[in-house]
Ligand binder design. Structure first.
Ligand code: GLU
Length: 330
């Protein structure tokens, strides 16, 4: 398949996405997103983020016993969500395997989505309704994750989101539910082999992600000149830019790159992981009881084999490692 055909197929898939799910909020947002012309801009390296001291960003709030869906504490955020009848979730719709609007089914699906399903199940139980009716998807970009949690437009975000000290000042995180790491995706004829070769190369990542500043940091240490960061809205914008030759590399989490590679066989993943990206679900700072509740759900999901089943479903049957261990600060 030629690269141009690859790009065309992606474009066709995107049109399919637009056509298939017109009844959901997610697909309305998909249509809105498609209406916005993807712009590829070269940005100056961002200044180093002065993250506040935080000994262990992965340490979250310890869960108590998980209440039954019908016995959620009165006045709690979980109880309010149950009364509303819907858990409003911020998700990606462009990341194959993690949060992806499947053009064939019209449903958003992936590892992150299945994690959110577990939270919805703990709030609503098996009340005879399809769990899908209790989830309201809001498709957001990487840069929208924090503002949407802060403003209360979504109850929770599960979107390949790295837990770090800087973000913990503005949102709360659940315990870790996935451990990713940053790598590099290039065209299959590229001679870039690792982050050491990114000096002077146009390297694409989504705005609002940790990925661009990681690229600049690592290329500074290995190469004579830093990488040239190119910022886009969504990860699939990076793939189209790679296919059209306007960038040299995409660099982000191995999870996201695996999905992009699956969408274009004329690409290859190179180099080792050069960062740790522990994923957590983000929740508004004003709902610590909901953080503890979600952590209780994650405890159950790790212990009863659900986490392993979700891994095997999305990332390859029989390939699941042990679930990442939770750590707590209280
Ligand atoms: N995990 C990184 C982050 O949270 C990159 C992935 C993304 O932005 O979706 O910024």
């Amino acid at each position: 398949m030629s690269r141009r055909l690859g790009a065309l197929m992606l474009a066709v898939a995107l049109v399919g996405i637009a056509a298939c799910g017109s009844s959901t909020t997610a697909s309305r947002d998909a249509l809105r997103a498609l209406a916005v012309k993807a712009t590829t801009t070269t940005v100056a390296p961002s200044p180093p983020t002065t993250a506040p001291a935080c000994a262990n960003p992965e340490a979250s709030l310890r869960p108590g016993p998980l209440p039954a869906p019908g016995a959620l504490p009165a006045g709690s955020f979980m109880s309010a969500i149950r009364q509303r009848g819907r858990l409003i979730v911020g998700v990606d719709q462009n990341t194959l395997l993690f949060g992806y609007l499947n053009p064939a089914s019209g449903h958003i699906e992936g590892f992150d989505i299945d994690m959110l399903r577990q939270v919805a199940k703990a709030i609503f139980g098996d009340d005879g309704q399809n769990q899908e009716t209790h989830l309201q998807f809001v498709a957001i970009s990487a840069a929208q994750r924090i503002p949407f949690v802060q403003s209360g437009q979504v109850d929770i975000v599960a979107d390949t989101m790295t837990i770090n000290c800087a973000r913990e000042v503005v949102v709360s995180f659940s315990s870790v539910y996935f451990k990713a790491g940053q790598r590099i995706l290039v065209r299959d004829n590229s001679d870039i082999k690792s982050s050491a070769d990114l000096g002077g190369k146009r390297t694409c990542a989504a705005a609002g992600s940790t990925s661009i500043s990681n690229v600049v940091d690592v290329s500074k240490t290995h190469a004579q000149s830093p990488a040239i960061p190119v910022q886009v809205t969504d990860w699939t914008d990076c793939l189209v830019a790679l296919q059209s030759g306007t960038i040299d590399a995409v660099s982000t989490d191995d999870t996201i790159l695996a999905g992009l590679k699956a969408q274009d066989p004329h690409t290859k993943l190179v180099g080792d992981k050069f960062t740790d990206e522990p994923y957590g679900m983000a929740i508004n700072l004003s709902h610590p009881e909901f953080v503890r509740f979600v952590n209780g759900v994650l405890e159950r999901v790790r212990a009863d084999g659900t986490w392993t089943a979700i891994w095997n479903r999305w990332l390859g049957p029989g390939t699941a490692p042990a679930p990442p261990a939770a750590s707590y600060r209280d």
